[in-house]
Structure formats: C-alpha cells, structure tokens
Design a binder for this molecule. Structure first.
Ligand code: SF4
Length: 124
C-alpha cells in the first residue's frame, strides 16, 4: 500500500479510491478536509455523504436521493453560494444529524431548523 503512491497521500479521487478501504466518501473527506479542496479540475465538488447526511437531507427535504451518490449530487445542486458553503457543509450536516436529527428520535422541539424542515413525524 505504501508503494502504491510513493508513500504519499494522493490528491485526486481515482488515486485515493485505488487504496484499500478507501471509497468515495473517504476520498471526498480527504480531498475536502485534509487538502482543503472544494472541487476537482472538472468543477465537480467534493462532498462526503454518510448515513447522518443521507438521513438529514432526505428527512428535511433539502435534497432527495435513494442512494448516497444521488443525495450527494442533489445536495450539491441545491446548495447556494457553493464557494461559501460547500467547504463546511459536510461537518454542519453530520453534527446536526448526529446530535439533533438523530435516527430513531429526532429532537425536533429543540431543532433550529424545525420551521424549515419537511419531516412529517416531528417530535415534541
Ligand atoms: S425538525 Fe426534526 S426531523 Fe427536521 S431536521 Fe430538525 S430534528 Fe430533524
């Protein structure tokens, strides 16, 4: 594995995904967070979508997608001012999904985006 890229962490998706155990989500995290890259040379944004982000995007109606990749593309499409928001969007969504919009019982009563959220089964 160390020999694959001369012992360096590569700065592009294909090379990262060639490493064992590295999929699209991890490659996006490395490119966005470790390398500080917003998008690739073709203008495609790096956004890592995990289960928290998948749930939050679909529940709220921010972006719909049956698969992680569909949701990733829908979030990118629906996010305004990408230069300002795309860099930290991953962290904002994960933290909100992990601590407020939790899988079993979302804390809608203390959610700061309750008025913006489409979820039909809101909790107290
Ligand atoms: S209102 Fe409830 S379902 Fe909607 S984002 Fe907040 S916690 Fe999640």
């Amino acid at each position: 594995m160390v020999d694959l890229h001369g012992g360096e962490v590569p700065e592009n998706r294909a090379a990262l995904e060639a490493l064992p155990g590295v999929g699209r989500k991890t490659a996006n995290v490395v490119l966005n967070t470790a390398f500080g890259r917003l998008k690739d040379n073709e203008g495609k944004y790096f956004l890592a979508v995990d289960t928290h982000i998948q749930r939050l995007a679909n529940r709220t109606g921010y972006a719909k997608g049956k698969t992680v990749e569909q949701t990733e593309q829908a979030i990118i499409k629906n996010t305004p001012n990408k230069t300002e928001f795309m860099f930290n969007l991953h962290h904002w969504f994960i933290l909100h999904g992990r601590y407020t919009c939790t899988a079993r019982t979302p804390k809608c009563g203390s959610c700061i985006i309750e008025d913006l959220c489409d979820y039909k089964n809101k909790t107290e």
